[in-house]
Ligand binder design. Structure first.
Ligand SMILES: [Zn+2]
Length: 165
């Protein structure tokens, strides 16, 4: 169910509002999420409002430098960031929302230690064309070689459906 939640860092210089269904969230086992304890929910920018504290945010980048791990430079809390999988969206740390009982949420694992493989089956990506999204970012070109998507046969329904759209 969509609801609007208030969120903040610990010192509350950074405050935001997010409108989302938070019933299914993600725990990632990558090197940085493990240490941060981040509980992920990726939302559209339209679902997110930064109310205060932009000037108090700083960011940490590593590896591909696509993800921008924002955190409050005063209290060190990471309330949200720009995720590598969806750099046009916001990944909110559900631990930073008010009135949320994490025990009530379904927390699904994401194998961020093996990011290139895991992103292709990530539950929040299933409705989108992940392979092209990932390839556009140049992250896993080898996937295209290892697992070429076969063209549908000429004249198949799939192809004519695609063409007719
Ligand atoms: Zn803070």
């Amino acid at each position: 169910m969509m609801r609007t939640y208030s969120g903040s860092c610990h010192c509350e210089r950074v405050r935001f509002r997010v409108t989302a269904d938070i019933s299914i969230a993600t725990i990632c086992n990558c090197s940085v999420c493990t240490k941060k304890g981040f509980v992920h929910l990726i939302v559209e920018q339209a679902q997110f409002d930064l109310l205060a504290g932009e000037s108090h945010l700083t960011s940490y980048r590593f590896n591909t430098c696509i993800a921008e791990h924002k955190f409050c430079r005063h209290c060190g809390i990471h309330p949200f960031y720009i995720p590598r999988s969806d750099p046009d969206k916001i990944d909110v740390n559900l631990r930073c929302l008010e009135g949320v009982d994490l025990e009530q949420l379904e927390l699904r694992p994401f194998d961020g230690r093996n990011w290139e493989q895991a992103i292709c089956t990530a539950h929040w990506q299933r409705d989108t064309d992940v392979s092209s999204a990932v390839l556009d970012r140049g992250a896993v070109l080898e996937l295209a070689v290892l697992d070429p998507s076969p063209e549908p046969p000429q004249g198949s329904n799939l192809r004519s459906n695609v063409r007719s759209r």
